[in-house]
Each structure stands twice: as C-alpha cells, then as structure tokens.
Design a protein around this ligand. Structure first.
Ligand SMILES: [Fe+2]
Length: 377
C-alpha cells in the first residue's frame, strides 16, 4: 500500500470513527490480496483500518488505539512480525482483542505467542473466511463484555465516592468554620501520600479515609460541635470521642475495616499523648499519621470561632516544631519539604484536587479554600 493510499484510508476511517458507533478493527497484512479480501469481508459490519506491516500498524494504534476494538494481524511480515507488533500493543492498549493469522502449526510457538501477546485466538492460514468471521464476532463480544464491566465498575466507584463525599460535606457545612475541611484534609493527605510512592489502592483508601476522618462528629451534640468559643474541659472530653465514634460508623460500610482503624487513629500523637488509645510511633497506622498532619495543617490555616487563621509559614514552622512529638518526624519533614505545593493547593484546592484524586478526576463540586472559609467565618 502506498503512503498516499494509507493516509487516505486513515482519513476515511477517521470520519467514520467520528460519526458512528460501529466497532473498529485493524487489519494488518503485507499481502495486498489478503488485505483486500479481509477488508471486503469485514467492511459492512465494522469500521476498517489497515496497515501493511507491524511498524505501520503501530503508528495506526498510536493514533487510533482508543477507538480500536480488535486487531487481525498476519504473523509473517517484513520489518516487524505479527507477534512482535501484538506484544507492543499488549503493553500500550491491553483492552484491544488480538487475533493472529499464522502458517505455523508448531504448538510451542502457538502457545508462547498466545501467552506473550495475550492473543484471543490464532487462525491457521490459509484461513476459512467464515471461521475468521466467527472468531472476530466472538472477539468483539469479549471486548464489549470487558468494556461494559469496566464502565459499570467505574460508575459504581463514582457513586460510592459521591455518597462518601456528600456525607462528609454535610458534616463540614454544619459549621461555617469547618466548611470544606474534610476535602482539604483529603487533598493534603493525597499530596503527602503520593510523595511516599504508595500503591494506587492505598492512595484510593487514603482519599476515602480523608473524607471520612471526622465522620464521628455527626454523633456530637450540636451545641458542642458548633460552639462559638473555646470548649470547656468537659465539652472537649465529649468531643474526644469522635474518632472512636467515627470508627464504628465506618465499620458499618462494607470493606472499609482498614479505613475505620485509620479514622480512629487520626488524633493519635507520635509521642503517645494523643487519643483515643494513646498509641505511639509506628503503632499508629501510617495513614493515621498522614491524616493527622493534613488535619492539623488545615485546622491551623483556618479561622476558628476562638482564633484567626495562622499564616501558611507559621503553620509550617509549627509542624517543624512538633516533629517527633505530635507528628511522625519523617512524615513531618516530608510535609515541610512539600510546603510550597501544599500552599498552592490551599489557594487552588479544586485544581489540585482533580490533579491528585484517583476517585474523582473531573471534579464536579465546589471545593472551598481555607481562605474562603476564613472570610465567611
Ligand atoms: Fe478529628
């Protein structure tokens, strides 16, 4: 195929891609007769992209990979063989279903190519058109099933996240002084946790834990929770029960047992002087130590009914001062090293939240900054 024909066919197909919802398949074969036969076979049912060898096909995948549902590739081709091409596709676009056309009947080669390329099926050449049509239809079914499952999974995850966020938001807005607090604590916790190179599952859990860390305050009497002024010792003792109350609430949510223990630990202090258990050092779960830093920083940089917000630099100095007593010294040091990022995130919380969030990339809610909270308080 000439470069002109190649680009012309891409243009035609690109228009197809924009205008209808047919599945797109990529056919890769160096033998022009085979390519024409395959095109004729499938063009009524699918949008067709074509390439004459592996290298050419890789550039098609690079450009249109997210639109391609299935690839039918010949094995023996100049420049790059089918299996080498499909191995690369497996790395970049694992969701694409792959069918290999091969003249090899050696079972070892067939099995290793199935494993290396994550092949859906191989079809021996010379192939029977009807047999290939059935293989492609089954491949498209599999593609639809896995993408639909992914869509449902993502929808459920978003729904779960939205539920958690609206609960924590309901709590924060009970009091003008804490409006946006849980989301900002989540944001600072995510920034610190990302720096620790924790795996994605842990980061997602931190995001949920940040949103829920103060959920136990729902069980606090309103006259204490929203008191205008400092709490008495007696009132403070009541307030100190919120981490344990929060643990109980979160334990009721399926699969959040670990997170419930983090919620319980967010007021523990590194030297053992915190509450509710007086845990010390690494007895405190890592996520509890992370959230404690984020929580204290947000509390310091927000106005309270009994004091004005501290400046960012003053809050950072305070964190430095309390490293090793209130805070895990290594985490505190890391938090201080992230001070300028934290300060930017404090000023532009929505922008930073969508950058760091794993559960909500397209932020669709207003995240009030500490400064805005301070203005309305
Ligand atoms: Fe708290």
């Amino acid at each position: 195929m000439s470069a002109y024909e190649f680009s012309e066919s891409l243009d035609i197909v690109f228009n197809f891609l924009k205008n209808d919802k047919k599945h797109t398949i990529l056919i890769v074969d160096d033998e022009i007769n085979n390519l024409q036969l395959l095109k004729r076979t499938f063009r009524g049912q699918y949008n067709i992209l074509t390439a004459g060898n592996g290298v050419e096909a890789l550039s098609v995948v690079k450009e249109y990979g997210n639109e391609i549902s299935l690839i039918v590739s010949d094995q023996k081709m100049p420049v790059m063989e089918g299996t080498d091409f499909l191995k690369e596709v497996r790395q970049t676009h694992p969701q694409i279903i792959k069918i290999l056309l091969t003249g090899h009947v050696d079972t070892d080669i067939i099995i290793s190519s199935i494993n290396d390329c994550d092949l859906f099926q191989y079809v021996l050449k010379p192939f029977d058109v009807e047999e290939l049509k059935i293989a492609v239809e089954k491949g498209i079914d599999k593609y639809e099933m896995s993408t639909n499952n992914k869509v449902y999974y993502n929808e459920l995850r978003t729904l779960f996240y939205e539920t958690i966020r609206s609960i924590s938001n309901a709590l924060d807005t009970k009091d003008a002084y804490t409006n946006g607090h849980s989301l900002r604590v989540t944001l600072y916790s995510m920034i610190l946790a990302k720096e620790l190179n924790l795996d994605e599952d842990y980061l997602e859990d931190i995001e949920i834990a940040g949103l829920l860390h103060d959920i136990g305050k729902i069980a606090m009497p309103k006259n204490i929770l929203c008191k205008n002024g400092r709490l008495t010792d007696e009132e403070f003792n009541v307030m100190k029960s919120h981490p344990a109350k929060g643990e109980k609430i979160v334990l009721n949510i399926n699969k959040l047992e670990t997170i419930s223990s983090w919620v319980k630990a967010h007021h523990e202090k590194y030297d053992g002087s915190g509450y509710p258990l007086g845990l010390k050092g690494e007895e405190i779960p890592l996520a509890g130590r992370i959230i404690a830093l984020a929580d204290t920083y947000d509390a310091m940089t927000s106005t309270r009914s009994y004091r004005k917000a501290l400046e960012h630099d003053v809050a950072i100095s305070e964190i430095k001062r309390c490293a090793g007593t209130q805070f895990d010294p290594k985490l505190a040091e890391m938090f201080v090293s992230l001070a300028s990022t934290i300060d930017e995130a404090r000023k532009n919380p929505e922008e930073y939240y969508s950058k760091y969030s794993l559960l909500n990339k397209n932020i669709n809610f207003k995240l009030i900054s500490a400064e805005e909270t301070n203005r309305v308080s």
